[in-house]
Design a protein around this ligand. Structure first.
Ligand SMILES: [Zn+2]
Length: 272
């Protein structure tokens, strides 16, 4: 009898030491409102399609709760825009006039998360609607492609504060080393653009687009925005994302697509 129980105990150790599956190491994903705006002419993103047509845009940030800590993907329009009644007008009238109805700070507060609790962060790229609040997290490790980090800004200005902790990537990165959160190199919109593959325990796999694509019809017709730094890279990155969706049976959540986001649960609700 003792031998049988000993065997059962040994077996239990084997079974339980296998531990959680990869997906269970990500516990929750929250979607934040990181801006709302109106685009002057959406053919800017898909040349020849819907010329002169205006469209509502959203700007989205995502907060991931992993067993090892919190991870923020994109930081949105600067919180300071919340105080501008007419919003932030773009230099190009075809682009988006942004407003900030809810701050990122308020949405973190609502969850009881402090900026200093966030262990890691990444931005899809360095356009202003994605990096607006990076310095709200001065001690958080920033994961960015080397090609993006070193891409000269206006008047050769650096893209980030040189003192901000940074990990410069040259390709994909498995952030927590367990396959649950993976930065995918998807250049083309900018030299070091990246997207994020997240494997959730119940929801399954999701690819967060960044601006590899701007909205659903832009994705369906593989439209390449006029201001992208490389058309070839953009098209290759879209194919790469399409292959990832198939391989991982993943959904594609498009950062700026209002129609899609209106159908998703916003923080404090979450996906698990
Ligand atoms: Zn954007």
């Amino acid at each position: 009898m003792n031998r049988v129980m000993g065997l059962a105990a040994a077996l239990a150790v084997v079974i339980f030491s296998v531990g959680p599956t990869q997906a269970q190491t990500v516990e929750k994903l929250y979607i934040f409102n990181c801006g709302e705006g109106v685009a002057g002419d959406i053919s800017r993103w898909s040349p020849g399609v819907n010329e002169g047509k205006s469209m509502d845009f959203v700007d989205t940030c995502y907060l991931i709760k992993h067993k090892q800590g919190w991870f923020l993907w994109d930081t949105g329009i600067p919180d300071a825009v919340a105080a501008m009644p007419n919003g932030l007008a773009p230099a190009d009238p075809k682009a988006v006039t942004w407003k900030r109805p809810k701050t990122l700070a308020a949405q973190l507060d609502q969850l009881g998360v402090n900026a200093s609790d966030i262990k890691g962060m990444a931005v899809s790229h360095t356009h202003p609607d994605h990096i607006g609040n990076v310095e709200m997290f001065p001690d958080t490790m920033l994961y960015v492609q080397k090609a993006e980090y070193e891409w000269p800004g206006a008047n050769n200005a650096p893209r980030f504060k040189p003192e901000h902790p940074v990990t410069k990537l040259e390709g994909d990165r498995d952030v927590f080393g367990d396959g649950s959160v993976t930065i995918l190199s998807t250049p083309g919109h900018t030299p070091g653009h990246q997207s994020l593959l997240v494997k959730l325990p119940k929801t399954g796999a999701v690819v967060l687009s960044g601006d590899a694509v701007h909205f659903k019809s832009n994705w369906d017709n593989r439209g390449v925005p006029v201001n992208n730094t490389s058309k070839e890279q953009t098209l290759a990155s879209m194919e790469r994302i399409a292959d990832t969706l198939t391989k991982e049976k993943a959904q594609l959540w498009i950062n700026h697509d209002k129609a899609q986001r209106d159908g998703l649960k916003m923080s404090p609700e979450f996906y698990d």
